[in-house]
Write a protein that binds this ligand. Structure first.
Ligand code: HEM
Length: 506
C-alpha cells in the first residue's frame, strides 16, 4: 500500500497545471516556504524549523551515483507490436500472436562521458529496451553497432578505464585509449565502425539502428533451441555526422531531436529483425559465432515486429535516471548463449543497480513488471511492495495467501556441455577479416572520412610504438586502410607493414 503515494506524486507531476496545497513529506501543510524561523528578526535560525531542515536535507540527497558507464542518457516510452506468431522459435509470450502489443521503455545513451557530458561524442550509442511483457520484463541492452570492442568480460573494466577520463587530468585521453586498443587486436573491427560517420556519429537517436550484439538462446514450448541475434532497424533510415558537424553540434542535440519529434507526434519507429542459427550452423562458421566482435554475415533477418516511441517520460529522474536495464532480465523462451561477454554482463548490471539505486530498485515504477511479483526475496532498504502472510519460505505445506510455489513448466532449458576448466582465448580469434570487409564495403568518401576521423585521435598519441602497432592492425585488416592511416598519422608505411607481418598474441 505504501506504493500509492508515489503514484499520486507522479500523477501530480504530469498534470502540473494547478498549484496543489504545499505539504511537508509527512503530508502536514507548509505555511511559509520563503522565510526560515529565526529567534527574533535578526537572530539565528532555529533548529526547530523542521520544514527548513527537511528541505535542505532532501536537497542534499538528490543525486544517486551516476551509471559507471552510459551515464548520459535519454529515455522514452512506447509500444512494441509483434508481426507474427513466432512460437515455433520461442515460447516468449510477447511474440505469440500477430499484433500483440507490449509496452516498452527505451534509454539511449553515450558510454564514456559523465551524466552531463556532450551527446556528440565519438562513442557507441546505448540502445536499451525494456519490454513489460505479460510474463515479466525482458531487457535488450544493446548499442548502435552490431559488435563490441572486446570478447571477454574480464577485460571490460580495463577497456573502460582506458577510455574514461584520465585518473589524473579527468580528461579523456587518446594516449590511454590507444595504449589499450593497440594491445587489443580484437577491437579493430569495432573501431572501424566507431570512427565512421554513418554509424560512429549518428545525426540523431532516431536515425540509428540498435543491436543486441550477443547471440541469445531461443527455446520453444517443445524445448527446441535456436540462437538469435536481435537487430533494431530504424524506419527513419540512417544518418551520420562528419567531424566538422560533430564539433559544431549542440551538446544536447540528440535529446532535443528525440523529444521534439515525439512531442510533435513524429513518433520514431524501429523494426525488430532477428537472425537465427542452430548450434550446428554456428559450429560450421569460419569464425566463432559466440564471439561478440563478429557479425553473422549472410544470415537472413526475419522481421519480428515494430517498436514506436510515443511519449516523453513525465520526469527525468524517476524514469530515465532510475531505469535499470540488465541483460539477465529475460522471459521464458529467451536464455543466454555461452558468449563470454554476455556471461559477465549477466552478473554486472543487477550488481551495479543494487548499489546505484538500491536493493529494491525493481519495485520502482519504471522497473516494476506489469505482472505480480511473488517470491521470498524480502526487506532491505526502501522495501515498499505490499507483502502479506507469514510463509516467507518455500517449500511449505501452507496454502495460505502469500505462499509461493515454482512452476515446473518454466524450468530452464537443458543443453550439453563438455570440456576442461581452463583460461584460454577462443580458438578462432580472426581479429581482422571482418574489419577489412567492412572497410571495403565503405564508399570512397566514407573511407576518406573514416581515415580522417581516426587520424584526428590517433595523431595525438605520443608513444610512437603504440601508434605504429595500432595502425598495423588496420593494415592487417586491409593494406589500403593501413597505408592511408599510416600516411595520415605521419608514420613510415614500411614500418607499419613490417609490424603487420608479425603474429599477434592474445
Ligand atoms: C550500462 C557493464 C558490455 C551496453 C552498463 C552498466 C554497467 C555495464 C555496470 C551500468 C548499468 C546501470 O548502472 O544501470 C558492462 C560490462 C560489460 C558490458 C561488465 C562487459 C562484460 C556491454 C555491451 C553492450 C553494453 C557489449 C552492448 C551490447 C550497455 C548499455 C548500457 C550499459 C546500453 C546503458 C543501459 C541504460 O541505458 O541504463 N554496462 N557492460 N554493455 N551497457 Fe554495458
Amino acid at each position: 500500500m505504501r506504493v500509492l503515494p508515489v503514484l499520486c506524486v507522479m500523477g501530480l507531476l504530469s498534470t502540473a497545471a494547478l498549484a496543489a496545497p504545499m505539504t511537508q513529506d509527512s503530508g502536514a501543510p507548509v505555511g511559509d516556504n520563503e522565510n526560515s524561523k529565526t529567534a527574533g528578526p535578526d537572530g539565528p535560525v532555529l533548529l526547530e524549523d523542521f520544514h527548513l531542515i527537511e528541505k535542505l536535507a532532501r536537497f542534499d540527497r538528490e543525486r544517486i551515483p551516476e551509471r559507471v558507464v552510459h551515464a548520459r542518457g535519454t529515455g522514452a516510452q512506447g509500444v512494441f507490436v509483434s508481426s507474427e506468431d513466432f512460437s515455433r522459435y520461442t515460447k516468449a509470450s510477447l511474440f505469440a500472436q500477430p499484433g500483440k502489443a507490449t509496452p516498452v521503455f527505451v534509454r539511449f545513451s553515450t558510454v564514456m562521458g559523465y551524466r552531463g557530458s556532450a551527446e556528440a561524442a565519438r562513442d557507441p550509442r546505448g540502445f536499451a529496451v525494456k519490454f513489460y511483457t505479460d510474463q515479466g520484463n525482458w531487457d535488450v541492452v544493446g548499442i548502435n553497432e552490431p559488435i563490441f570492442f572486446i570478447r571477454d568480460a574480464i577485460k571490460f573494466p580495463d577497456f573502460v578505464h582506458a577510455n574514461k577520463p584520465s585518473a589524473i587530468t579527468n580528461i579523456q585521453d587518446p594516449n590511454l585509449a590507444f595504449d589499450f586498443f593497440s594491445r587489443t587486436p580484437e577491437s579493430t573491427h569495432m573501431l572501424t565502425y566507431l570512427y565512421s560517420d554513418l554509424i560512429g556519429m549518428p545525426a540523431s537517436y532516431r536515425e540509428m539502428d540498435g543491436f543486441g550484439v550477443h547471440a541469445f538462446r531461443l527455446v520453444n514450448a517443445k524445448g527446441q533451441q535456436i540462437f538469435a541475434k536481435f537487430h533494431w532497424r530504424s524506419v527513419q533510415g540512417l544518418k551520420g555526422m562528419t567531424l566538422e558537424q560533430q564539433h559544431a553540434a549542440d551538446p544536447n542535440y540528440a535529446t532535443r531531436d528525440l523529444y521534439n519529434n515525439i512531442r510533435e507526434a513524429h513518433f520514431p519507429k524501429w523494426d525488430l529483425y532477428v537472425q537465427l542459427l542452430t548450434a550446428e550452423q554456428i559450429a560450421q562458421l569460419p569464425y566463432d559465432g559466440f564471439d561478440d566482435t563478429k557479425t553473422w554475415d549472410n544470415v537472413p533477418e526475419v522481421k519480428f515486429g515494430t517498436m514506436t516511441l510515443n511519449k516523453v517520460p513525465d520526469n527525468y529522474f524517476q524514469y530515465t535516471e532510475q531505469s535499470a536495464f540488465a541483460p539477465g532480465v529475460m522471459v521464458p523462451g529467451i536464455e543466454p548463449s555461452p558468449d563470454k561477454m554476455l556471461q559477465g554482463r549477466l552478473f554486472a548490471y543487477a550488481d551495479t543497480q543494487r548499489y546505484r539505486i538500491g536493493t529494491n530498485y525493481q519495485e520502482l515504477p519504471v522497473n516494476r513488471p506489469l505482472v505480480k511479483v511473488a517470491n521470498n526475496n524480502q526487506d532491505g532498504s526502501m522495501s515498499s511492495a505490499p507483502r502479506v502472510g507469514e510463509v516467507n519460505y518455500e517449500p511449505s505445506t501452507a496454502k495460505q495467501v502469500g505462499a509461493v510455489t515454482p512452476q515446473p513448466s518454466f524450468r530452464l532449458s537443458e543443453y550439453p556441455v563438455s570440456g576442461v576448466a581452463q583460461q584460454t582465448a577462443i580458438a578462432k580469434t580472426d581479429d581482422f577479416s571482418q574489419a577489412g570487409e567492412l572497410w571495403r564495403s565503405y564508399s570512397k568518401q566514407d573511407q576518406s572520412n573514416l581515415v580522417k576521423n581516426l587520424a584526428s585521435d590517433l595523431d595525438q598519441v605520443r608513444d610512437h610504438g603504440v601508434k605504429a602497432r595500432q595502425v598495423s592492425y588496420f593494415y592487417k585488416a586491409d593494406r589500403d586502410y593501413g597505408t592511408r592511416l599510416a600516411e595520415a598519422t605521419h608514420l613510415d608505411v614500411d614500418e607499419v607493414a613490417a609490424l603487420a607481418a608479425k603474429e599477434v598474441s592474445h
